[in-house]
Design a protein around this ligand. Structure first.
Ligand SMILES: [Zn+2]
Length: 391
């Protein structure tokens, strides 16, 4: 995603209603477990669900949602509560950047700010630090991880009495990045759970969590959000309707990805993709090269999303021409336009057209020049679409 992004979109939307209702019920019935492991694909809202549950656990008057009114809820608005502890991967190569150090404290403030604004943002301390220290960290052999020091600190604090609320909540974001020794330290805590602490772990990669840790946590599995849910989330964040639809189609159910796409003006990319399709359909192959050169005067459209949007558009056309009634289109608002396209090219092989687009995207990723990639794609698309209907 090379395009310049607009200002960050703030998302205050929470999907996963079933999982959240189940978690709320455990609070209402006073059957809260000592530890929960919230898992699912990246960017779908594991942190958002964990933080909402943390707010519910700390609230003085919880119903199925936090009351948003008690002293605990007030402090939790910005995630600054003495009984809410956040642990996130940082993988610092420097021993001085341990819990309690100045660098660490600064990063934690930034993490809280970021998660308050957008709980779907990546929760990695290394991404929040200055670019210099970030480069050093990414170079470190272990990558961005949760270290033993974090686990020891947790082990040290968790048996203390809470400061202000009825209990303390420890949220371990991306627990799948915990070093093995860090997980072993955590295991001690899970084996003898403190009376007044609840642990909330999130993980995209369950395989990276030790089975001994997994088995001691209540599992909460979250599914990718539907395109409709992603659209709603973006709408709630003030994204215009068409941009929300496009970003949702590109997101694969990840709110984080959808927000990133929504910030890249997907309508502009879509226009470029549709214009390119139209050009390929009508233009004789010998004229393509000249047209492509003209297009490349401004290369800002040349993003992965450009190819992906074209493929999604074509896949809607394929479903339309095959009259697949029960396949949900990626772009419901464009049904009439897609109908027209598939009617205009009765001999089209949309499957071949999609393959041409995929090949072009791979060639571009492999470093072939834009002129070559686009010229080849236009010629292949022209062949795949076949002659225009005379009717
Ligand atoms: Zn409250």
């Amino acid at each position: 995603m090379a395009r310049a992004r607009k200002e960050s979109t703030i998302v205050h939307w929470l999907g996963h209603a079933d999982a959240r209702a189940r978690l709320a019920a455990t609070v209402a019935n006073e059957r809260t477990a000592h530890a929960y492991l919230i898992s699912g694909p990246e960017g779908i809202g594991k942190s958002a669900v964990a933080l909402e549950f943390a707010r519910l656990l700390l609230c003085d008057r919880p119903t199925d949602v936090p009351c948003h009114d008690c002293p605990q809820c007030s402090a939790l608005r910005t995630l600054h509560h003495p009984d809410l502890h956040l642990i996130a991967p940082s993988g610092s190569p420097k021993d001085s950047d341990t819990p309690g150090s100045e660098t660490f404290a600064k990063e934690m403030v930034k993490l809280r700010e970021q998660l308050t604004l957008n709980p779907y943002a990546a929760s990695d301390l290394a991404d929040l630090s200055s670019s210099e220290s970030k480069a050093a960290r990414k170079k470190s052999a272990t990558g961005s991880r949760i270290r033993v020091a974090d686990s020891r600190e947790l082990l040290h604090n968790a048996y203390r009495r809470p400061f202000q609320a009825q209990r303390a909540v420890y949220v371990i974001l991306n627990a799948d990045t915990m070093l093995r020794e860090a997980q072993n330290a955590l295991l001690k805590l899970l084996e003898e759970p403190p009376a007044s602490a609840t642990l909330l772990l999130t993980a995209s990669n369950l395989q990276a969590v030790l089975p001994t840790v997994r088995s001691r946590c209540q599992p909460v599995r979250l599914q990718a959000n539907s395109a409709q849910e992603v659209r709603e989330a973006l709408h709630g964040a003030g994204v215009a309707e068409r941009a929300a639809e496009l970003a949702a189609a590109l997101s694969g159910g990840s709110i984080r990805r959808a927000v990133a796409f929504a910030e890249m003006e997907p309508e502009v990319l879509e226009q470029a993709a549709v214009d390119f399709l139209a050009m390929s359909a009508v233009l004789a192959p010998e004229k393509v090269q000249e047209q492509v050169q003209k297009m490349l005067e401004d290369v800002s459209f040349l993003d992965d999303a450009f190819f992906e949007l074209m493929a999604l558009f074509l896949s809607d056309a394929a479903a339309c021409s095959a009259s697949l009634k029960n396949s949900e289109p990626h772009f419901p608002s464009q049904a009439a336009r897609i109908q027209k396209l598939s009617a205009a090219y009765p001999q089209a092989s949309f499957g071949k057209a999609i393959e041409a687009v995929d090949r072009a995207a791979s060639a571009r990723a492999a470093g072939y020049t834009p002129a070559l990639v686009l010229t080849a794609m236009a010629i292949e698309l022209h062949r795949a679409l076949g002659p225009r209907s005379r009717a």
